[in-house]
Write a protein that binds this ligand. Structure first.
Ligand code: F6R
Length: 611
């Protein structure tokens, strides 16, 4: 949530920052701004998309070699020019960009107002910049010292990057709870919320940790903790290519990422599934196998789409491993008083690895003695680093705000974990193990086969693009797919959509059914097939419109439904990996037909780094 970029070096900073902000726009896109250091600091900020910043036409944009930029997802104060970052202190001496939330900004603001400070914006960030300035003036200290003192008093999450008048060769950054990467160049440095604005210039990066301060000049990076002790920077090599973060000929990132899935799932299985030797290697699980096989229970925490992956994992793990599983919204887990401790395994699922609620849920369970396993996509992210062990999903960068390929990669990792642990516990027989491995190996091809039907799914979309409401129903492994299908449709098309277990329909939602309500059944051939058939009949009897995701060769539901989307047959354990694909494609086309920006749905941001 909110993206920040900064540059210091020998090139013109403005084009680098502008391009970087466009890459980070998925993190927030209601307003943006850039501050550049020429003879002094000049700021340009605008409500709306990052492209608005292209109208800045002062000479400083080609001259300045130092600058900071921000793309905003509003928390305090509506999207407007004045609430956009960067924010500058009352004296004009300090200018900064901020990602995160300063929770005690209200009391800090009161203090500052009493001292005569005035505020133009409604943001917590303008309070922070003036708070730092006030400390600097009162203590007659350097900016660095003032930041250290200020940040010890601040409650909340932040990454800030600060410019100070009179110091054109220096940026100071600090982090707690929000991500910050520094790209190390030759006589130049790049700072950003993630590596995508940096990858084009250098692959050498430093991930800044919580409570660290970075003092950055063109030739040097000094890292310190808030106690002013030096820290040796750990430079890593990025394993990412520029092509992975570009659209590659597709109209939208979302469509590209849907079509990436045969490849991303192959990447997820690569080096893990070996069909020649019939082995499954998951180092993060194997190294701690006794923790898993002796676990009293597994708790899964996640948010949104990742939470839906967790629900599928509950079915997988309980069936194959006979370990009790609880799936919790991270936001609920962190604030209740959960019974958690030694002997519990907590699996945190996250695409970004930066979701604030999931991070805090992990910290809480870790303090209580639970073993933390991260299923994360973003390499080097906070959740990956906070976990005792984990498995990357290797889906590659996901830029579209709606999660698609990250979800199927999460399911793949979770299925591999369940199969592996089940085999160890002997709750999975050798024959079952071999069958599951064979099924897993076929998944990328089966996903590809569904993608090849995208034109017929587009035809289905034409019939429902004007719907006002939608119901998604499924049973068993396909129940979480119904939830996921509904989430995807509502976020991309703004159509009100709800997902339910099909049998729950009779306990309330059936009251909504009439000739105007499309009901989408995830109805692939599995143990619940006959029950789903009955549920479809109940909808048809009330004149509801039925769309169904069905297995190849199924004529019974094909004859009953108004429209079908056909997928290859697959073992029910892995069915969600296949049955979710038509719902992704359908949502995409409905969103596009409604004229919406599917990559950047209103009010949303990709990486939810505030609670
Ligand atoms: C929906 C979506 C969100 C995320 C959620 C968790 O399409 O993308 O619901 O799944 O914000 O994000 P991560 O997985 O990054 O923790």
């Amino acid at each position: 949530m909110c993206g920040i970029v900064a540059y210091i070096g020998k090139q013109a900073a403005y084009p680098i920052i502008l391009k970087g902000l466009k890459r980070l726009e998925y993190r927030g896109y209601d307003s943006s701004g850039i501050a550049l250091f020429g003879e002094n600091v000049r700021t340009f900020k605008k409500k709306g998309r990052v492209a608005e910043l292209e109208s800045w036409n002062e000479s400083i944009i080609s001259e300045a070699t130092v600058g900071i930029g921000h793309t905003r997802w509003a928390t305090h104060g509506e999207p407007s020019d004045v609430n956009a970052h960067p924010h500058t202190s009352n004296s004009g001496r300090i200018t900064l960009v901020h990602n995160g939330i300063i929770e005690n900004y209200g009391s800090l603001k009161q203090e500052l107002v009493q001292k005569g400070y005035t505020f133009k914006s409604e943001t917590d960030t303008e309070v922070l910049v003036n708070f730092i300035e006030d400390i600097q003036i009162n203590n007659n200290s350097t900016l660095e010292e003032a930041m250290r003192i200020a940040l010890k008093r601040v409650v909340g999450a932040y990454v800030i990057i600060v410019l100070e008048e009179g110091f054109p060769d220096r940026l100071i950054a600090a982090r707690k709870g929000s991500p910050l990467v520094i790209g190390v160049g030759d006589g130049e440095h790049f700072l950003a919320s993630d590596a995508s604005p940096i990858i084009e210039y250098t692959k050498k990066v430093i991930y800044v940790n919580d409570y660290e301060l970075a003092i950055i000049s063109p030739d040097e990076i000094i890292l310190k903790n808030l106690g002013n002790e030096p820290i040796t920077p750990y430079i890593q090599q990025l394993d990412m290519e520029l092509a992975q973060i570009e659209k590659g000929g597709f109209d939208h990132f979302m469509l590209k990422e849907i079509f990436d899935q045969p490849g991303s799932l192959t990447d997820c299985l690569r080096g893990r599934l070996d069909m020649e030797n019939l082995t499954l290697t998951l180092a993060g699980v194997e190294e701690h196998m006794s923790v898993f096989s002796q676990a009293k229970r597994i708790i899964i925490v996640a948010c949104g789409t990742s939470w839906h992956a967790g629900l599928v994992a509950e079915y997988m793990i309980e069936t194959l491993c006979r370990i009790p599983v609880e799936v919790e919204y991270a936001s609920e887990f962190r604030y209740r008083n959960p019974v958690v401790g030694e002997g519990d395994v907590l699996i945190a699922i996250s695409q970004s690895g930066e979701t604030a609620d999931t991070l805090v849920a992990i910290e809480k369970a870790k303090e209580a003695g639970a073993f933390i396993f991260g299923v994360v996509n973003a390499v080097g992210s906070s959740i990956a680093r906070l976990s005792h062990s984990g498995a990357y999903t290797h889906a590659g960068p996901e830029i579209g705000v709606a999660s698609t390929k990250a979800f199927t990669a999460q399911l793949t990792v979770l299925a591999m974990m369940a199969i592996k642990i089940g085999r160890e516990k002997k709750t999975v027989t050798e024959a079952e193990y071999n069958r599951y491995l064979a099924e897993l190996a076929l998944i990328p091809e089966k996903v590809k086969a569904v993608l090849e039907t995208h034109e017929s799914i587009k035809e289905v979309a034409k019939h429902y693009a004007d719907a006002r409401d939608f119901l998604f129903l499924g049973r068993g492994y396909n129940f979480p797919v119904a939830l996921e299908g509904a989430l995807k449709l509502k976020e991309i098309s703004y159509i009100h959509a709800e997902g339910y277990p099909a049998a729950e329909m009779k306990h309330g939602p059936i009251a909504l059914v009439d000739e105007n309500l499309p009901v989408l059944f995830i109805a692939t051939k599995d143990a619940y097939y006959e029950k789903i058939v009955s549920n479809i009949q109940e909808i048809k009897a009330r004149k509801g419109m039925v769309i169904a995701v069905i297995s190849e060769g199924d004529t019974q539901i094909r004859d009953m439904a108004d429209h079908v989307m056909v997928v290859p047959a697959v073992d029910e354990l892995l069915a969600p990996l296949i049955s979710v694909i038509p719902t992704q494609i359908l949502s995409y086309y409905i969103g596009v037909m409604r004229g919406l920006d599917v990559d950047k749905p209103r009010n949303l941001a990709k990486s939810v780094t505030v609670e």
